[in-house]
Design a protein around this ligand. Sequence first.
Ligand code: NAP
Ligand code: GDD
Length: 331
Amino acid sequence: MAKQALITGITGQDGYHLSELLHAKGYTVYGLMRGQQNPKRGRLEQEQPFIKLVEGDLTDQSSLIRAIELAKPDEVYNLAAISHVGYSFKTPQLVADVTGKGTLNVLEAIRLTGGTKSIRFYQASTSEMFGGLDYNRPGKGYDEDALFHPRSPYGVAKLYAHWITKNYREAYGIHASCGILFNHEGERRGLEFVTRKISNAVARIHLGKQDHIELGNLDSKRDWGYAGDYVEGMWLMLQQAKPDDYVLATGETHSIRDFLELSFKQIGIDDWKPYVKQNPAFMRPSEVDILLGNPAKAERVLGWKRKVDFPGLVKLMVEYDIGIESATNLV
Ligand code: NAP
Ligand code: GDD
């Protein structure tokens, strides 16, 4: 019998990669989509017709119960969230409702429909929960035992979601695992995130459609991997006999300047500085200065390992954006 999976956040970056992976493995894939007229519906129906779309919203408990009753999933991947850290400072209460309490709503939908013993649950936890204060294990990278100190309303909401998932595992015996994922990027990354903002601008500068890019803090560092590699780790977590929490990361950290440097090199520009203006509008009230993950447990227990390295990621993203931008006349 083919397995059934329900993915919340189906229109997001990870929803794309995970649904492709599960489809290739023979799953029947259900995707929760919000809004009465979601602008991404058309693209999804055209590109991924295998996905069975279910309407619903993380803030609407009854819609989640309906989605579970309809999909009868073996596995639920909770990827839905308001996921932009900068935006979370502007809408902190909404982010608490969606990114934080929304996770409780999904867990409750599983419990209320009697799925605590039959459904396996994945929670999209994040390195933002660590907050970049490298006070407890300098240089080693954050692992599953590192201290949490979130630095944004998003990080705080995700920490609630993380702990409520662990609580449902302990209280009700749900096979619920949290993937503490460090930044992962790719050709499906939203244009509001720094890597894709850069790769897209570099492509447009190359094609003469744009002459500069405006960014905020250039000094922060991130542990950047490729999203396609990371969804494999999510799936592996739910295939284990016992639920647990795992860090997925590359074990390397690079600054925004490094990303700019490699991206501009792709189009033959060695000095990127004349093309970049700093704009305080993109700065955050409190910043996560550095993220570095330690994926040793995932590598040992799950046999997971990232495949795409940092230069490979930058190349893939810039090349994709040059292709997309060349194919359209829009400026
Ligand atoms: P993303 O591209 O921003 O996708 C977020 C998804 O959540 C979208 O499908 C969005 O739908 C949906 N959503 C937002 N509000 C909702 C609501 N009220 N009800 C139902 N769905 C809602 O994020 P991503 O990069 O794929 O990341 C997936 C998950 O992993 C997120 O939870 C994110 O916080 C977490 N995470 C991401 C990273 C990373 O580096 N990418 C790292 C660690 C953790 P619309 O399209 O309708 O807005
Ligand atoms: N978005 C954005 N836009 N970020 C900028 C810009 C800009 O114009 N200029 C500088 N930055 C800096 C941010 O201040 C931050 O230090 C860094 O670039 C990365 O920002 P994002 O790409 O927005 O990602 P993030 O690290 O804040 O959050 C992402 O990764 C988390 C995991 O660590 C998101 O995907 C989160 O959902 C995820 O949990």
